[in-house]
Design a protein around this ligand. Structure first.
Ligand code: HEC
Length: 233
């Protein structure tokens, strides 16, 4: 109990000692929450922000605990800013060491659907192959964590639902292809946010053309298995 009280009082001194930085942390947490929960798809940034914020806070708290948080306000502020910058850079540097998302895998293509027309395949390539194929062109930012983690998790998540490059051996949920286009849930909103991947935003005419092409492509419409309850999981 005594320890907890000491901890709380230390934290409170840290907040009072570094009001600007504390506000910054509060905003960072809020931003992380908004990105992770509301926007979705970029939770990996939230993880890095939270780790950096907690790390900085721990260092500053240590300074307060040791009574080394500087006499003047300007001195405290400078120390806090240097700490946050240093911990931020260190966190990003350590993030680069995580192997996840580094391999940029593209397993062999075992067999695509028998696309009704070349245009059908082209539109699918434009809008879907970046996550649902073994022909992924990894963008430059997929070399840099935490973006690399986000890209890899979208690709893994997409491939595990349906991989059009392995359609012949495992169609997965390919029979929901037309459905997700009609309800507008694919490509996911985060994929085209911030001006990324504009080619994946299909015009009304392209969408109509694509759906017609998919209806004429075996295995993508889901009629032969029944619209609902086609898959058990
Ligand atoms: C940025 C990566 C990405 C792109 C681009 C993308 N998908 Fe997906 N897709 C996913 C992920 C991740 C899932 C699984 C989780 C989910 O539903 O969000 C998924 C799920 C699916 C499913 C399974 C049903 C479902 O709703 O979960 C289908 C079918 C599908 N996608 C089709 C498509 C089609 C068709 C396109 C192109 C118009 C497309 N996807 C573009 C990532 C992507």
């Amino acid at each position: 109990m005594g320890r907890l009280r000491r901890e709380l009082s230390l934290s409170w001194s840290a907040v009072r000692g570094y009001p600007l930085i504390s506000l910054l942390f509060a905003l960072l947490f809020l931003a992380a929450l908004v990105m992770g929960v509301l926007v979705g798809g970029l939770q990996q940034f939230a993880v890095v922000a939270v780790v950096a914020a907690l790390g900085s806070w721990a260092v500053l708290r240590l300074r307060v605990a040791r009574g080394r948080h500087g006499a003047s306000r300007a001195g405290r502020r400078r120390a806090a800013l240097i700490t946050v910058a240093a911990v931020g850079v260190l966190t990003l540097a350590l993030a680069q060491l995580v192997p996840y998302g580094r391999a940029h895998s593209n397993p062999p293509v075992t067999g695509e659907p028998e696309w009704a027309t070349p245009e059908t395949r082209e539109l699918m390539e434009q809008a879907c192959f970046q996550c649902h194929s073994n022909l992924v062109e990894y963008p430059w930012y997929s070399d840099i964590a935490p973006m690399s983690w986000a890209v890899q998790s979208h690709i893994n998540g997409g491939r595990s639902e349906v991989n059009y490059s392995e359609f012949a051996t495992d169609p997965g949920n390919a029979d929901e292809t037309i459905e997700v286009l009609q309800d507008g849930s694919m490509p996911p909103a985060y994929f085209t946010r911030f001006g990324r991947n504009p080619e994946a935003i299909l015009s009304d005419a392209e969408l109509k053309q694509l759906i017609a092409g998919l209806q004429a492509t075996p295995g993508l419409a889901g009629e032969d298995e029944g619209e609902y309850g086609a898959d058990e999981d």
